[in-house]
Write a protein that binds this ligand. Structure first.
Ligand SMILES: Nc1ncnc2c1ncn2[C@@H]1O[C@H](COP(=O)(O)OP(=O)(O)OP(=O)(O)O)[C@@H](O)[C@H]1O
Length: 279
């Protein structure tokens, strides 16, 4: 498949199994929303996909060997494949040319200008001792413009608001020209206009062939702007597939313990997920 294929991966932190035998896919050229309650394992899964957290090789043997959760799985190795290759086997620089991770609340202690931070996204594409090229500068400029932060280019990142910093870190990831873009709650600090701009930006990247996977808490944004969803709960995938078919009121009720209704935005026709407490 020309996208992300995850098979039977687990992650253990301090002895606790946080991601438990996850299988999922994210097709190239689409936006896949990763949803689930607090603590479901969304951030952990994204970190594992990015190679920042090691996989648990596990005591259960290869996937499909008849261990727990193996029902119906053909035998084969656990792992993460992207565009047909083993993602984690890529050397660091090659991986950084392939994927970018935009972390949640990634603080920055370094006193750099916004332009300098975005320029860091070009490093994986530059030779070890090569200077920045006009092409690098143009991509960094365009990335900053696409998140509406051009006027902040000379500001110190440590002085930005949370939402401004989030947009700069997205710009850095865009400058990296990833084919796989992983984002951990990319809208959590953004005002509502910037949330819509960001989701539309992600849809545009997907239209250009990028594989986009974004953890989202806002189910209306997930329902309205993702092509596919992966629903995590307690470190396991409880549902996945095309958003319109998968993200149903019954599933939302089951996973989040609330009542859900799906309405239509009168202007755009996109779904709105209306939530109310149960009982
Ligand atoms: N370093 C750690 N040490 C111990 N437990 C951890 C660590 N990091 C994460 N966990 C636990 O792993 C589980 C999954 O956390 P994770 O941050 O991946 O969830 P999440 O779905 O992203 O949650 P949220 O929606 O709250 O951001 C949680 O129970 C969390 O407490």
């Amino acid at each position: 498949m020309n996208g992300l294929e995850v098979r039977g991966i687990s992650v253990r932190i301090d002895g606790t199994l946080i991601i438990d035998g996850v299988d999922c896919t994210a097709p190239a050229g689409t936006v896949t929303a990763l949803i689930g309650p607090n603590g479901a394992g969304k951030s952990t899964l994204l970190h594992a996909l990015a190679g920042v957290l090691p996989l648990d090789v596990g005591a259960d043997g290869p996937v499909g060997a008849g261990g727990p959760g193996d029902e119906g799985r053909p035998p084969g190795p656990a792992g993460i494949r992207f565009a047909g290759g083993d993602l984690l086997a890529l050397p660091r620089r090659a991986r950084a040319r392939t994927l970018a991770l935009v972390e949640q609340d990634a603080g920055t202690e370094l006193s750099l200008t916004v332009a300098e931070v975005v320029a860091l996204g070009r490093i994986p594409h530059q030779g070890y001792f090569a200077d920045e090229t006009d092409h690098d500068r143009e991509l960094a400029r365009a990335a900053l413009e696409s998140v509406g932060m051009t006027d902040f280019a000379d500001r110190d990142v440590t002085e930005l608001s949370g939402g401004e910093r989030q947009r700069v870190l997205l710009a850095r990831a865009l400058a990296q020209e990833p084919r796989l873009l992983l984002l951990d709650e990319p809208t959590n600090h953004l005002d509502i206009a910037a949330q819509l701009t960001t989701l539309r930006l992600l849809a545009g990247l997907a239209a250009d062939g990028v594989t986009v996977v974004a953890a989202l808490h806002d189910l209306t944004l997930a329902a309205g702007y993702s092509d596919n969803v992966i629903v995590l709960s307690h470190g396991r995938v409880v549902a996945s597939g095309p958003t319109a078919e998968t993200l149903t009121p019954a599933l939302i009720g089951e996973v989040y313990g609330v009542e859900a209704d799906i309405l239509r935005n009168p202007r755009t026709g996109r779904p709105i997920v209306a939530l109310s407490p149960r009982g």
